[in-house]
Every structure is written in structure tokens, then in C-alpha cells.
Design a protein around this ligand. Sequence first.
Ligand SMILES: [Zn+2]
Length: 153
Amino acid sequence: MILKIKQIGLSLEVKDELLNKLLEIGKTQYPREFGGFLIGYYSEDNMNLYITDTILPKKYKVSEYSFERSIKGIENELTEFYTENPRKIYIGEWHTHPDNSPTPSATDISAINTIINSKNTIPNPVLLIIGYCKTTADFGFYGWFENKLYKYE
Ligand SMILES: [Zn+2]
């Protein structure tokens, strides 16, 4: 699917295949939240984002209402993607909201702030929240741009 933040002209492209894979992985942890890192690349002007892969965290703390991941232990996998295609980098994060909507919580917003303020700042980091219940799933994509969080529609 292709999504856009019209006000600022950002676009994002992701294959349904990857989204279904993330949903299936997330569902195995029901009713707890689960998530990981998003890998992909930007167009040269940083305005178009392509999400291609995920890396799952090796260490995390999880509950029904929170998900905290550690970046320890994922460096090798990141290097593998980078070796395969030097444009492929860490571009954001995803996590599930079991039996809930894909709306970012206060914790989610402070987590994205931590990402932005970390040393290796990426241009427009993306946050994907997968809200799901037994029969449906809703994918909420959010983009951070000039100190504000926007929803991709
Ligand atoms: Zn959340």
C-alpha cells in the first residue's frame, strides 16, 4: 500500500506481505503487545519512504499495555541488510495494540522522542501501530516531521 501525509508531501510504501507477516508475528504474543524495528530506505530527497523488512528485538519487556525493546543484539542483522543494500537502514519501529485501536499512547510518543533525540538521527522516522482483534486488523502509520507527529493516510 502507498500512504501519504498530504500537508507535507511525505509518502510511504510498504508491501501487504510484510504487514501480514508483522501481524502474524504480533498475534503469537496475544494478549501482550509485541513489536520490532522497521528497515527500509528513503528516496534521495528523503520524502518517499520504502519499508522493506523487519528485525525482531532480542531483548524486550512486555505487558498488555506496553512494549519496551532493547537495541542490543540486533547490530549484526542491521549490518546484513546494509551489506545487501547500503541504502537499507533502520527507519523506525512497529508494535501491536491487541484488542485496541492503532493510536499512539503517551508512552509511544515519548518513545519516538527518544529515537529522534538519539545520536544517529534518521530523517523522518516512522511509527507503525497494529491494532488488532480476532477478526480485524488496522495499521496506523505515523511520521515524525519537524517536531510533529503526523498520520499517514
Ligand atoms: Zn503503543
